[in-house]
Design a binder for this molecule. Structure first.
Ligand code: DGL
Length: 286
């Protein structure tokens, strides 16, 4: 089975694309809604929360876990791969969505350390405060595309509004405020040539971003990027793929209110989805 993890409902935007690309694979989705948002936590806290979720998914038999969360990918993935995985599950894998997104934006493979392109333009990345303060997108895009100007802009209000199911007008106004603030911060670098909604919750309100942003911008689609990257990964790592069950089964769990999430699921997932409740004790010792 393939595990998919997010702090809350945002990862469902990635799950939808993963299942469309790999319909025969079994998936297990875990949203840590009880501890969302991750974007206002520090890197240590994000690491421990993410490790708990990943550890639970591996305990359920996941062969590979996708962090469908930019905040966790930027703040926890490398540490999970270095400190946790070799000791706990040396034959399993954790992948994030930052790597394939940087590859898609730059057109350069992650491990191709020496290639650079001559691309120009302004890429605007919206994200959570913890994702933006990691500076990961700026650093990784600029390594490969030194002439591209990257602006990362934090939107601290959006995930809490989405998670609590705020009224549409409130969300529209909050998105407009984020875009206006990004424009003020961008100074001479406006309008951007392309936009990354660098938080998996934001595609749920993409129409509000489209309405608030200048017309005709490229908006990268992280669902498609993540799905293409996972399909390619499994194609190149048959040892992992062969261990993944393929009955097309999907399980969804939340550390939050399963009944409430089941009621609201189709707004996030595009179709009905039943959530079961999961209690994750705060931080395991190991
Ligand atoms: N969906 C997550 C992301 O992509 C984070 C949301 C949060 O702040 O919990 O960054």
């Amino acid at each position: 089975m393939i595990g998919v993890f997010d702090s809350g409902v945002g990862g469902l935007t990635i799950l939808r694309a993963l299942r469309a690309k790999l319909p025969e694979h079994d998936f297990c989705y875990l949203g840590d809604n009880a501890r969302a948002p991750y974007g206002s936590r520090d890197a240590d806290d994000i690491y421990r929360c993410t490790r708990d979720g990943v550890d639970w998914l591996f305990g359920q038999g996941a062969q590979i876990v996708i962090l469908a969360c930019n905040t966790a990918s930027a703040n926890a993935l490398r540490r999970l791969q270095k400190e946790y995985l070799p000791k706990a599950y040396p034959n399993r894998r954790v992948l994030g969505i930052l790597v394939p997104t940087v590859e898609a934006i730059s057109g350069i493979a992650w491990h191709d350390k020496h290639s650079k392109n001559g691309d120009e333009g302004h890429v605007l990345v919206f994200g959570t405060p913890a994702m933006v303060s990691s500076g990961a997108y700026t650093a990784e895009i600029r390594k490969r595309s030194p002439n591209v100007h990257v602006i990362e802009h934090p939107c601290p209000t959006l995930v809490p509004l989405i998670e609590r199911g705020a009224h549409h007008e409130e969300i529209t106004a909050a998105v407009r405020a984020c875009v206006d603030a990004a424009e003020r911060a961008a100074q001479g670098h406006w309008p951007p040539s392309a936009v990354l909604l660098g938080c998996t919750h934001y595609p749920l309100i993409v129409d509000d971003f489209i309405a608030a942003l200048p017309k005709g911008l490229v908006i990268y689609d992280q669902g498609t990027i993540a799905a293409d990257a996972l399909a390619k990964y499994l194609d190149h790592h048959k040892d992992i793929d062969e261990k993944c069950k393929k009955d097309g089964v999907l399980r969804a769990l939340t550390t939050g209110d399963a009944t409430e999430l089941t009621t609201r699921a189709s707004t996030f997932y595009g179709m009905p989805l039943v959530f079961d409740a999961l209690y994750l004790p705060k931080y395991q010792d190991s």
